[in-house]
Design a protein around this ligand. Sequence first.
Ligand code: 5GP
Length: 186
Amino acid sequence: MPGKLFVFSAASGAGKTTLINKVMPLFPNIVYSISATTRGPRPNEIDGVHYFFKTKEEFKKMIENNELVEWNEVHGNYYGTPKFFVEQKLAEGRDVAFDMDVFGKINFDKVYPQAIGILILPPNLEELEQRLQDRKTETRETLKIRIGNARKETDFALAEGKYEHVIYNEDLETAAAELKGIIERY
Ligand code: 5GP
């Protein structure tokens, strides 16, 4: 039985990271894919743990060498899923989880159509704006970009994405129970 692939997508600020950090430790057989990105590390982020931090040139080389399952430009930076990691983990019989924007997921599905899509949405966009402000990782400029993108991403994901499950993250405990239930079903 090949490993299962769980793809999480969200509008940023939907509470995805908090939700995932709460639920995924309950499933130790599921490993997290580490993406490559050209975004600079945030203060708590470690290269090779949270992301593989790359220069634009290095990232372009990865694209040219066909080293990525999918990639996309998100909020002005490149993000992509390295092939070697998922291939290695599937060969080991592990289940793999991915964090991916809704457009990247479309390309991911072309390679791995069996992927299970889980879309996490904020209850509404006002709530999203508040959460992004509270997080204090954004400048006014990037905040504006992220809010605009959130609307586009949500509309696109609901209309054209392949998400077997949609979770509206209004209350963390409820959403966590819902996510746990979904994963247990597989
Ligand atoms: P952040 O900068 O907040 O860590 O991530 C921003 C966005 O990039 C999120 O929407 C996240 O889902 C997306 N992202 C992270 N890794 C990947 C990846 O490997 N591929 C794609 N397409 N998007 C990614």
